[in-house]
Design a protein around this ligand. Structure first.
Ligand code: GTP
Ligand code: MG
Length: 198
């Protein structure tokens, strides 16, 4: 697939305002500031397709990108979770939105869960993996910001997460990634191709 041809489609504040639920899409989820928007930019080789920020909680809408002009294949940038400054009520509301999206979105083919390689598998990351498992939804984990660790330490972190996810290995794949260095792009494209071309 031509990821470079990605373009912004629409921002949706709620599930009801998402584009028509047909075709195929892949959603990027993960903790606030983990690097979801950066990963989308790196995978599409565009500098500012998805808005990134040093301030956690930057992405608050569900942002849809289409691959080329054909809107039937999409990448979805989901708002991050776990941002401490968000009021509890808003947090719970967003968790419900996320859960609804995962449960009901028929065109969702797979979930990319982006985790900072230095802080993988937060409590809510695990909740999310549980939801995906309930739906038999395949998951690809990007252990991103791998450039922040020495190669040996990054490999060890990958192996540790792999070990902890052994019970889910049928549905879950994972890899090291760095948006800064462009590391892991090919591998991620292959996994996304498998979902979007199906
Ligand atoms: P929210 O939209 O707030 O949920 O955050 P996000 O997950 O979309 O994170 P975003 O892509 O905006 O990145 C957050 C910060 O991490 C930014 O300052 C990025 O420059 C930085 N960052 C993202 N990916 C990498 C990476 O691979 N390496 C390094 N060193 N920094 C990264
Ligand atoms: Mg973002």
């Amino acid at each position: 697939l031509n990821y470079q041809s990605a373009r912004f489609l629409i921002s949706a504040p709620t599930l009801a305002s998402c584009p028509t639920d047909s075709g195929a899409e892949v959603a990027f989820a993960g903790r606030s500031n983990a690097g979801k928007s950066s990963a989308i930019n790196t995978l599409t080789r565009q500098k500012a397709l998805a808005r990134t920020s040093k301030t956690p909680g930057r992405t608050q809408l569900i942002n849809f990108f289409s691959l080329g002009d054909d809107t039937s294949r999409r990448l979805v940038d989901l708002p991050g979770y776990g941002f401490a400054k968000v009021p509890e009520k808003v947090k719970l509301e967003w968790q419900r939105h996320l859960s609804d999206y995962l449960q009901r979105r028929a065109s969702l083919r797979g979930l990319v869960v982006v985790m900072d390689v230095r802080h993988p598998l937060s409590e809510f990351d695990q909740t999310l993996l549980g939801w995906a498992d309930d739906k038999h939804m395949p998951v690809h984990i990007l252990l991103t910001k791998a450039d922040k660790l020495k190669q040996g330490a990054a490999k060890a972190a990958l192996q540790q997460v792999k070990n902890r996810l052994r019970e889910w290995e049928d549905l879950v794949s994972l890899q090291l990634f760095s948006s800064l260095k462009g590391q892991g792009v090919e591998e991620a494209h292959q996994r996304l191709d498998g979902w979007l071309l199906d």
